[in-house]
Design a protein around this ligand. Structure first.
Ligand SMILES: [Zn+2]
Length: 281
């Protein structure tokens, strides 16, 4: 079932056991816009079935927040104009050359082009895989794009991110709602989860430019401003304490600064920033 955030904004919650991210729907007087297309044909179809139950204007636009498979593999199900930033478009080109039969998928897993989990989802949730080819996007933007759906303006912008260097966010000013995709998360390099320390402050600056009160995250669904501010505070404190490749030093530094032990989130972030030092060294 779709969650209703306002009269014009809905979202389908993330579903972690199926690697399904949050999907968004923004409706103007004339058109509707989709945020992320789901991780598969099946995910997209289920989303579209839910949308059909609402009496909303036709879907004219689809925005893909970044080129991670779980956010775009449902793309072909949408008869709409697909919008991505230039970096995302470059990454999607590789996927457009992929074949989706079992042998090809296994080969991509062997060469680390896709994960085993990705292969499993494709095999179970994309029918007709032998002829499946990923569509190409229709509109490629640089930095920023504004779309009016009919009394409903959407700002579509590239931001700096600790997750990928192709992150797009969608801001709906009159609702104060910001769709972040996975932008606020960390990333994995050589099996090591880390938060790119050098990009944390620029990312927070980019996100706090918006006067948002509600934040939709790819794998958390929704956060209010208070929760988001707490998240930034924990990340910043952890980043400041992680000044070397030693977790022990980082924890000591955190305790000295805060006069308390880190909580579970902060400990997780401390490890992630220490890992970033390891990745960068
Ligand atoms: Zn992602």
């Amino acid at each position: 079932m779709l969650n209703k955030l306002s009269d014009t904004i809905y979202y389908l919650s993330n579903q972690d056991d199926k690697d399904r991210p949050t999907l968004g729907l923004v409706c103007g007087d004339r058109y509707s816009l989709i945020i992320d297309t789901g991780n598969s044909t099946q995910h997209a179809k289920e989303f579209l079935l839910e949308i059909e139950k609402l009496n909303v204007p036709p879907i004219k636009y689809v925005v893909i927040t970044h080129a991670h498979w779980d956010h775009f593999l449902g793309m072909n199900e949408f008869d709409a104009t697909v919008i991505v930033n230039r970096q995302t478009n470059e990454r999607l080109k590789e996927w457009q050359s992929y074949q989706f039969d079992d042998d090809s998928l296994q080969q991509y897993v062997n060469t680390n082009q896709i994960s085993a989990k990705c292969m499993e989802i494709i095999q179970t949730e994309i029918p007709n895989r032998d002829v499946f080819k990923l569509n190409s996007p229709d509109i490629i933007f640089e930095h920023t794009l504004t779309i009016d759906l009919g009394n409903k303006v959407c700002l579509i912008e590239s931001i700096q991110s600790t997750h990928t260097d192709d992150s797009t966010v969608i801001y709906i000013p009159d609702e104060k709602v910001l769709f972040l995709g996975d932008a606020a998360y960390g990333t994995t390099t050589n099996s090591l989860f880390h938060f790119k320390q050098s990009l944390l402050a620029p990312m927070i600056t980019d996100i706090q430019k918006y006067d948002a009160e509600w934040f939709l995250l790819g794998h958390e669904s929704i956060c209010d401003l208070h929760e988001m501010t707490l998240y930034w505070d924990e990340l910043v404190a952890a980043s400041q304490a992680a000044q070397s490749t030693s977790l022990e030093n980082a924890v000591d530094c955190f305790k000295a600064e805060k006069q308390r032990d880190p909580n579970d989130n902060e400990l997780f972030f401390l490890q992630a920033f220490v890992n970033d030092r390891i990745v960068q060294s």
